[in-house]
Design a protein around this ligand. Structure first.
Ligand code: RVK
Ligand code: MG
Ligand code: MG
Length: 301
């Protein structure tokens, strides 16, 4: 959670074009001068708080928490923002999630909040992936939006278990081979051996807001940085531009899952909003037992 928050808050000033960066220059600091976290961290916190309160994966509770926590100034994706406002007005999330696109969103908003599920279910990559899918489905009904979350949750679980980067890519490739997911894994694997230029990475894997054009990129950035200082991961992510907060959040979560919050640089933790609160929440969650079975069944097919 802390790795995700650092990647999110310290990537956000580099997100988008000049206009987005200018807006974030105005909005992106707390009163005490810390870097503000965005939707990526806010929704992760919602998941943690829902699991703590329900001791199970309760998608109705989660939808209400996502909707209550929504704040325009935290930079939510446009579809997610409209969907959450609609849930706040009383629309059932199962209806609201397909109001804009018949199949739902294929954005990376499901994937960006999935690492916490991989961390909690790290002993079982399949369960982590299923939980990622279920939690994504509340706002991201599209199969690509859900698959992005499954992949990130599975990869995070494998990072906690200490698997090698190559083994993690192979595990992901073995379970996510349906189009359009088949093509990126060979590239990610090749890039681990022969790092590409920034331009090649941007062109081949992407830096966009969609799951398919950001999850493989974040996987590559995170896995290829596991044995480097966290600051390297941040500067490599910033160089890519585009959806920098989500790329930073996803890659930062993989790094954090491997090394733990105490390994993250203190000078960066001091610069980000409410890292202490997040760490406290994470410790509380690690200490309780969650009944995943009924929650996962409640997700439906
Ligand atoms: C700004 C056509 C679709 C689509 C579909 C496009 C924050 C839309 C976070 C949509 C993350 C965008 C990010 C993103 C998370 C999605 N047909 N176009 N079926 N589905 N799109 O709005 O929660 O940064 O252009 O659901 O996934 O830090 O606006 O948002 O980086 O993808 O937003 O999808 O965004 P949304 P999200
Ligand atoms: Mg964000
Ligand atoms: Mg973003």
């Amino acid at each position: 959670m802390v790795g995700l928050a650092l990647g999110d808050a310290l990537g956000a000033p580099f997100e988008g074009g000049p206009l987005e960066r200018l807006v974030w220059w105005g909005l992106g600091r707390t009163r005490d001068g810390r870097h503000r976290t965005t939707d990526d961290t806010a929704m992760t916190r919602d998941i943690a708080e829902s699991l703590l309160a329900c001791r199970a994966l309760d998608l109705d509770d989660l939808a209400q928490r996502f909707a209550r926590s929504y704040r325009w100034h935290r930079g939510y994706g446009p579809g997610a923002a409209a969907m959450l406002r609609s849930v706040r007005r009383g629309t059932d999330w199962r209806v609201a999630r397909t109001a804009q696109w018949p199949e739902g969103s294929w954005g990376n908003g499901g994937a960006m909040r999935a690492p916490i599920l991989g961390a909690l279910l790290h002993e079982d990559g399949g369960a982590a992936a299923a939980a990622g899918d279920a939690v994504a489905s509340v706002t991201h009904a599209h199969p690509e939006g859900r698959a992005g979350a499954s992949i990130l949750a599975r990869a995070t679980a494998a990072c906690v278990r200490g698997a090698s980067p190559v083994a993690i890519v192979e595990e992901v490739a073995a379970h996510h081979a349906d189009p359009p997911w088949a093509s990126p894994w060979g590239l990610v694997r090749a890039f681990l051996d022969a790092p590409p230029s920034v331009a090649t990475l941007r062109k081949e894997l992407g830096n966009e807001i969609t799951a398919i054009r950001s999850v493989p990129t974040a996987l590559y950035l995170g896995l290829s940085s596991l044995d480097e200082p966290f600051e390297h991961l941040l500067s490599r992510t910033r160089a890519l531009g585009g959806d920098d907060d989500a790329l930073g959040a996803m890659a930062g979560a993989l790094w954090g899952a491997r090394h733990g919050a105490s390994a993250l640089p203190q000078h960066l933790k001091d610069r980000v909003e409410d890292v202490g609160g997040l760490a406290h929440l994470a410790r509380s969650l690690a200490g309780v037992s969650i009944d995943w079975g009924p929650g996962l069944r409640a997700a439906g097919p």
